[in-house]
Ligand binder design. Structure first.
Ligand SMILES: [Zn+2]
Length: 195
């Protein structure tokens, strides 16, 4: 894992339960690797959570992970941090909203703590400044495996618990189109556009 190799000091991994590990860091700065979440291994999401010293293993509930979410088809008069925060909060706790960089992308980005046990939300109803109802679309960066049938991370359609007819009835409502490629090379893009 690249993130682990970036540590300045060693870290200790201990397995406390099946598929549950404690990672102990020895330098406060190494904890910052958590900012690189979501971590994935073989396209499976690794849930990471900071623990206090008095936590009991039975009380640990690993459900959430931060993701960069992009909001598309946003009315131009809704491209404010306030409006994006309201929309992103429908998905979970909003950690950060990126400044509007309209020359770079049609979308706006927010970092949101998602409940990984809930289906990925694809659309959200909102109102423009005239009060007209419209729908905006969400896409997610660095998405791990998720099910195109129920929209939940951690399994694929083959292992889905949802009854076959439930999913078929509505048709596949999730798909690879929910994946947004992570934003890279923004500086290069900006340079180009200013030339
Ligand atoms: Zn499923």
């Amino acid at each position: 894992m690249n993130q682990v190799s970036a540590l300045s000091k060693k870290a200790i991994f201990r397995e406390i339960e099946n598929n549950m590990f404690i990672i102990q860091f020895f330098h406060w700065k190494d904890k910052e690797v958590l900012n690189g979440r979501p971590w994935c291994f073989n396209q499976y999401l690794i849930l990471l959570q900071e623990l206090g010293p008095s936590v009991q293993p039975n009380d640990i509930q690993m459900k959430t992970s931060p993701f960069w979410v992009r909001i598309y088809n946003l009315p131009f008069d809704c491209r404010t941090k306030e409006h994006v925060t309201i929309l992103a909060s429908k998905l979970g706790e909003v950690l950060e909203v990126e400044d509007d960089i309209i020359e770079w992308d049609r979308s706006m980005r927010a970092r949101v703590m998602l409940d990984t046990y809930k289906p990925l939300r694809r659309l959200q109803k909102t109102r423009n400044k005239k009060g007209e109802t419209c729908w905006v679309e969400f896409k997610y960066e660095r998405l791990p495996f998720f099910c195109y049938k129920c929209g939940i991370m951690g399994h694929t359609e083959r292992d889905c618990q949802m009854k076959e007819d439930e999913g078929e009835e509505k048709g596949r409502q999730w798909g690879a189109w929910l994946k947004a490629s992570p934003r890279k090379g923004m500086k290069i893009g900006r340079k180009k556009s200013s030339n």
